[in-house]
Design a protein around this ligand. Sequence first.
Ligand SMILES: [Zn+2]
Length: 425
Amino acid sequence: MEDDNEGVGTGGTTTASSSGAVTGSTTTGGGGGHKHSNLSEEIQLERPLLKAPVEQLNKLFRNTQKSLEKEMTVLVNTINDMNKRKDTITKDEVSTTIDKLLNKMNNLKRKIEETKNEEEGHLKRMKARLDHLKDANTNQQNPHQRDHFNSVRVDRVLIDYLLREGYYNTAIKLASTGKITELSDIDLFVSSKKVIDGLTKHDCTEALAWCNDNKSKLKKINSTLEFNLRIQEFVEMVRQNKLGAAISYSRQHLSPNASTNMKEIQRAMATLAFRKDTSCERYKYLFDEMRWTDLINQFKVDNYNINSLTLKSLLTITFKSGLSVLKTESCGCTESRNINCPVCDKDFKKLAKPLPISLQSHSSLICRISGEVMDEHNPPLVLPNGQLYCKNALDAMAEANEGVVTCPKTGKSFDYSQLRKAFIS
Ligand SMILES: [Zn+2]
């Protein structure tokens, strides 16, 4: 009995590889350990959820403050001006100016009311998000609450992915079905849609307006988006043979960047000589259609950056972190892979490819037939050919085949009585 353990080594990993079984992963806290994981630690990962509305509120506040200051300066200057000319100014002139000012003030009042509503929207979103995290944190022992938090989280991750990929309607539907519109950044993505649509149609107008709206933030992250958009507009003029217009455009919009981007400007200017059908690689790429895709991508990255959103979708981040915990040496090996291993799944394989192999402090034996863990409750049995599978799988096979088991690797059949229990130390 115990003596028949030939081919079975001792010790976790060695045992597994010599007998052809798979080293599975028993990661501490991973996989099935989800019930014991600490929710408050998980919540710490939710920074972008809280940060995004704060950034939007901040931007709105600054822009309103700016336009308010501007309008008030006009108002005060006009009144001062009237005051200075009080001896010569006519009654009619005063009345018209005051009417104009009143009109302006009414417009300003309307604008401020609109801003107030918008601000309230952001505050409402912030509150909903704080409540959501607070609920999860205070009720983390409650399994219903946990399940609810997790299912909302999955929806949120999906909505984020859909929005990033441009499936706006599906995202909006999912958010309203799950009643989590406040927890999703739909407005932010929908408002950036017009920039993307513009760039897709080779039009920089919306993108430049967006750059202007977010000037100080973009400066902070050293963004080159506006400069690249300007270069693109210049190149488009050259493409259409509007050389005069291109030159005056460059004077107005490219030369202010001369101190920092001289090389790029020189290269772009050279397109005046090396036109769209040039074969010179150095200038040809400036006319490449792919540059529009690059601009869209750069816009997305900058937009995520200034709004404190993650650069990659939450879905990719979640998948990758999960896969990196599960990835073992056996992954991808058709001989010894675990049939239940997500990393070996054909769809996930690509995502997991660049990930490092996880450090496993423990290894366990996983049956290649059933994908179950082999332990004292489901011990490994050795076939006479040295192959090793779990008892549950072999029992089921024997029951279905009148006591005969067939090794899936070699195709050889044996009587169940020939199997021996393997001991792992
Ligand atoms: Zn695997």
